[in-house]
Design a protein around this ligand. Structure first.
Ligand SMILES: Cc1ncc(COP(=O)(O)O)c(C=O)c1O
Length: 422
């Protein structure tokens, strides 16, 4: 299959594990391979309410058997969903554009920011990925590309609470350095004539390695961005729909109000649907200044999938579950890290947790090779997890939202035995 995949899809296409998994079906937090082997899914945030959740399956099947068509007709599904979705945001974030992918959502958000501010400049972290359209991919610093760095792009340093600089003692010291980098980039955009249209950022820095942040960090960012005439785009493709447990949205968890929010991955539980939520004034300037049509965005089936997914999140109290399971898992991970110094720390929130795999506690030197060996060994034992972060050594535990204590026990028993063996 690998040879066939390479011949048909080309070389170098991303695939997980040295011994890739050939999945056939999924149910809840479980997936099953071609030999019938069962894996505990501790990684996937797209099947947000669980693989093949019956309510989402039923909603998609019912709507697809009734009508599916592009988005240029009146249909209640999109209006019902827009109301249901915006009700979960603060009152000012009241309008929605629907797309098919998170990349498109960020692309649209950047256009909104430019029309709303009259500026062109964009600031991102120096370890970012926000999607694969040309406008978004050219901002990426986490993955290689051949687009070059555009003249209107600047970066600011990725916050890293685990690897403080020698001059830093506290998270506040780290934050001051990050903010100074942001100030420099804002000034550089001003001098270049681009000005600042947007700061595009994930409110939990998911791809950057979800560092701990001091209180009020994002308020300080927002003050600077606003003073420069720009807007904040919160990329909630990973942090949204209750992932952090204590709030529906990552920006609520991080305690600030952005101007534009982009959504994706979990939104349709696997059905490709994504979107942008923004203030009314931003939507009006966008709609008046630029035409936007997306054939599949906001189609009746996409809206049925998204609506059913959000309903399940609310009816099954999945935020509470993420809080409780997440806290339980943090404790378990901390106990393990006391026994196995290769686990450098424990961090994250809700059902988005991790630990840096390091050479030693003292040096904190990242050990990506050990991390890779660990997740491959876990895969062989029937537990799927991944790696992320600045040094690609941060264990990423980000399971479907119904993940409970029993699942956590199985995850940590397996992790313990693999760590002991290694
Ligand atoms: C933070 C973030 N934003 C945007 C995207 C792009 O989403 P999509 O792959 O749906 O285009 C990703 C994908 O990994 C992401 O992690």
């Amino acid at each position: 299959m690998l040879a066939r995949r390479e011949r048909l899809l080309g070389p170098n296409t991303p695939i997980f594990y040295d011994n890739p998994v050939h999945l056939m079906r999924g149910e809840g937090v479980w997936v099953f391979d071609a030999d019938g082997k069962r894996y505990l899914d501790c990684y996937n945030n797209v099947p947000h309410v669980g693989h093949c959740h019956p309510q989402v399956v039923e909603a998609i099947a019912r709507q697809t058997a009734t009508l599916n068509v592009h988005s240029r007709y009146l249909h209640e599904n999109v209006l019902d969903y827009a109301e249901q979705l915006t009700a979960t945001f603060d009152a000012a974030l009241s309008c929605v554009v629907m797309t098919c992918t998170g990349s498109e959502a960020n692309d649209v958000a950047l256009r909104m920011a430019a029309t709303a501010t009259g500026n062109r400049g964009v600031i991102v972290t120096d370890h970012n990925y926000h999607g694969n359209t040309t406008a978004v991919m050219q901002l990426a610093t986490l993955l290689p590309h051949d687009l070059g760095q555009p003249a209107h792009m600047r970066t600011f340093p990725t916050p890293d609470s685990y690897h403080l600089q020698p001059s830093e003692q506290t998270l506040e010291d780290m934050a001051q350095r990050v903010l100074a980098g942001l100030d420099e980039s804002i000034e550089s955009l001003r001098q270049s004539g681009h000005g600042l249209a947007a700061l595009l950022v994930c409110p939990i820095f998911a791809n950057e390695g979800f560092p701990d942040l001091p209180d009020g960090f994002f308020e300080q960012i927002k003050k600077r961005v606003r003073a420069a005439g720009g807007v904040i785009i919160a990329d909630e493709v990973q942090s949204g729909f209750g992932r952090c447990g204590s709030a529906m949205w990552g920006h609520q968890y991080a305690n600030f109000e952005p101007d534009i929010v982009t959504l994706g991955k979990p939104m349709g539980n696997g059905y490709p649907v994504a979107g942008v939520v923004c203030r009314e004034d931003i939507m009006h300037s966008f709609r008046h200044n630029t035409a936007y049509f997306n054939t599949f965005g906001a189609n009746p089936v996409a809206c049925a999938a998204a609506s059913a997914t959000l309903r399940v999140v609310q009816e099954e109290n999945l935020l509470d579950n993420a809080m409780q399971s997440g806290q339980y898992m943090q404790q378990k991970l901390e106990l393990l890290s006391e026994r196995f110094p290769v686990l450098g720390d424990v961090r994250g929130a809700g059902l988005f947790l991790g630990s840096e795999i390091v050479e030693s506690r003292e040096s904190r030197a990242p050990d990506a090779a050990h991390g890779r060996a660990l997740i491959n060994a876990m895969r062989d034992e029937g537990v799927l997890m991944g790696l992320i972060g600045r040094f690609d050594n941060l264990l990423k535990i980000r399971p479907p939202m119904p993940f409970n204590r029993e699942h956590a026990d199985q995850l940590f028993e397996t992790l313990e035995s693999v760590l002991a063996r290694m």
